[in-house]
Design a protein around this ligand. Structure first.
Ligand code: AKG
Ligand code: FE2
Length: 288
């Protein structure tokens, strides 16, 4: 069935996101279909596939077409049958969350705190709340393009420190139901330094590569300069015309390019309603 079908695209916003139809991701994709999806991924940075019924192994097989997978620091939230699948979930069993609860409820690019940040993330919705729980995406390539020339010149040689524990300091310390980060997990994620402007290895576009979740400070600036400049860049990138907001239906599979976007899980839903997702992470390269 996949053999005959043609990959169709529909843009979802001015800068970022496209809906892909005409393919079932549970079956084998032909090379032509995969190439069309891969091109669309580079062109639109966020892809939305509707009505996908995928077993964990099928989600992993599809994800692996893009490259080797990586496993998350928080090993306790891996799928019991397939360690390459990570659970994003507010579902509790015996009072304990089965997956990462309140994951990504702040703007971030996945694992920017690693020396080799995640290239792409794939999220498959199994259960969604009736209202709310959207995920927002912003184009960091478009955000870079709209900076002034003097600002681009100023940023061009700079690097910034990214640190997983920043998200715990600025966000998770304020929420009650997220378990604390263990010393052992902290030790796995020492701070790293990345260029503030990275070049997308596949499209060649320049991208602003700092984010509110994980970027602590800009190297070489004073604390006050760094805070003011990061806050300015963070506000700049959150303008509505850079954003696509995805409202989930169960069966949706959304994948995004962490080299070119940020995302944020909107925390506006009733936590008594189940929001349960399967997720994979495709490994990336060191930013340059
Ligand atoms: O739950 C979501 O909407 C996204 C969570 C997140 O940040 C992620 O899966 O990387
Ligand atoms: Fe995330």
């Amino acid at each position: 069935m996949n053999d005959q079908s043609e990959v169709r695209l529909r843009r979802l916003s001015g800068c970022v996101g496209a809906e892909v139809s005409g393919v079932s991701l549970s079956g084998d994709l032909t090379n032509a279909q995969f190439d069309a999806i891969h091109r669309a991924f580079n062109d639109h940075s966020v892809l939305v596939f509707r009505n996908q019924q995928l077993e964990p192994d099928e989600l992993v097989s599809f994800s692996r077409r893009f490259g080797p997978l990586e496993q998350h620091v928080l090993k306790q939230f891996a799928h019991p049958e397939n360690p390459d699948v990570f659970l994003i979930s507010n579902v509790k069993e015996k009072g304990k969350p089965v997956g990462a609860i309140r994951a990504g409820q702040y703007w971030h690019s996945d694992c920017s705190y690693m020396a080799r940040p995640t290239m792409a993330s794939v999220l498959h919705a199994l259960e969604v709340p009736h209202t709310g729980g959207d995920t927002m995406f912003t184009s960091m390539a478009a955000a870079y393009d709209e900076l002034s020339e003097p600002m681009k010149v100023f940023l061009s040689g700079l690097t910034a420190v990214h640190d997983y524990t920043n998200a715990w300091d600025v966000f998770f310390s304020r929420v009650a139901d997220r378990p604390p980060l263990s010393d052992e997990d902290r030790a796995k994620v020492p701070p790293v330094e990345h260029p503030i402007v990275r070049t997308h290895p596949e499209t060649g576009r320049k991208v602003l590569f700092v984010n509110p979740g994980f970027t602590r400070h800009i190297v070489g600036l004073t604390e006050a300069e760094s805070r003011a400049l990061l806050d300015l860049l963070f506000a700049h990138a959150q303008q509505p015309h850079f954003i696509y907001r995805h409202t989930w239906a169960s069966g949706d599979l959304v994948m995004w390019d962490n080299r070119a976007t940020w995302h944020l899980a909107v925390a506006d839903y009733n936590m008594e309603e189940r929001r349960h997702f399967h997720r994979t992470s495709i490994a990336g390269d060191a930013p340059y």
